[in-house]
Each structure stands twice: as structure tokens, then as C-alpha cells.
Write a new protein. Sequence first.
Length: 157
Amino acid sequence: MLTALIIVAILAGIAIIFAALSIIDAVKSYKMLAENAQKNLDKITSDSNELKTRLIQSLDELSVVKSKLIVLLDEVVDLKKDISTSLQSVDSLAKTIDYSAQNVGEKVEILFKKLEPLENLSKALYSMIASPVNNSITFFNATKKAISTFTGKLFGK
């Protein structure tokens, strides 16, 4: 009878060791998955930030061009008032510059509208990656708590 209890105890110990090794392997796998997901998320965030910086620089340059065109338009209007002999040609030039300034403004608005899908894409990518990473972390924490509870119950008695 004592021999049977010793054999059962040894088998139970071996089973616990194999279960612990399996759990440790699973935890390592989940940890590696979370680290890879974090690295990928950091890379996407970095790329998105770089794209955002470049787009802002481009928009700033377009704003400078628009400002220069507006200043030029004001100067042309002042010149039109001063030169009455060439009123027709200056008036035509002012209309052309005004049309160009409006066209630049429309192009800037179109560019802003085209940038919205990129922003939405970066948000969608973030939401697609954040949920699995969060779920993995939650699962890892739950597994950790289960192991802690299991070992507490096992060695507590």
C-alpha cells in the first residue's frame, strides 16, 4: 500500500513538473509575441510620425507659398492704384494672381482631404494591433495569476 502511494506521488510530481514546464514555455511564447507586437507597433508609430512630420513640412511650405502669393496680390493691388495708365494690364494681372491664389488654396484643401485617409489608416492600424497586444497581456496576466494561485494552493497546504 505504501509503495502504491509512493508511485502515485512520484507520478503526480512528474505530471506537475511537465505541467509547469509547459506553462513556462507558453508564457515565454506569449512574452515573445507581445515583444514582437510592441516592436512592430513602435515601428508603425515611428513611420507614422515621420510621415506626419514630412506632411506637416510640406503643408508649411505650401502655406508659405500661399502667403507669398497673397502678399504679391496685395502688392499688385497697390500697384494698380498707383499706375493709372496701365490700369487694364495690371487689372488683368491681379485677376490672374487672384485666381492662382484661390487655386493654391483649393489645392491645399484637397491635400488636407487626401491626408485624412492616411490619418484614419494609422488609427485603424493602431486599433488592429493594440487589441491583440492588450489581449495577449491580459491573457499573460491571467495565466500568471492562475499559476500563482495554483502554486499557492499547492504549497500552502
